[in-house]
Design a protein. Structure first.
Length: 139
């Protein structure tokens, strides 16, 4: 009789665990992501009004978007660094359900790289077809 009670308790426990695991799966949503085409804009090709905004803000961390009639610009910067040798790597630019996701990393000087003790303000400007979605930066 005691073995039957233990078997019943084990079965109830297993049913409970399977139910909870199944409920966790129901709450999960798959987000479809599409890679977006973009261009890294050189300083000479940045619209003058945007260049002025960047110049005002580049000494601090910046994340901003700027729209023209044709394009959306995503700007990200890491503020002032104490030496040369920094760059920014774009990992991805993608479109989710309601947002554009810009994933970038700051790359520091390589161990053998000669750097100069001069302040630099690394930032990047990405240009893409005009979009209405909010840009979310991962940096």
């Amino acid at each position: 009789m005691r073995k039957n009670k233990i078997d019943i308790l084990v079965c109830i426990f297993l049913i409970f665990v399977c139910s909870v695991c199944g409920l966790w799966g129901c709450g999960k949503t798959e987000t479809e992501v599409t890679q977006l085409d973009y261009t890294v804009v050189e300083d000479k090709d940045i619209p003058q009004e945007l260049k002025n905004i960047i110049d005002e803000k580049k000494e601090s961390t910046i994340r901003l978007t700027y729209n023209t009639d044709e394009y959306t610009y995503a700007v990200a910067g890491y503020g002032t660094m104490g030496t040369s040798g920094y760059s920014i790597c774009v990992n991805s630019v993608s479109l989710g359900k309601d947002s554009i996701y810009v994933d970038i990393d700051l790359l520091g000087p390589k161990p053998q790289e000669q750097v100069t003790k001069v302040s630099t303000t690394p930032y990047i400007v990405l240009k893409m077809e005009k979009r209405d979605e909010t840009v979310v930066f991962n940096m």
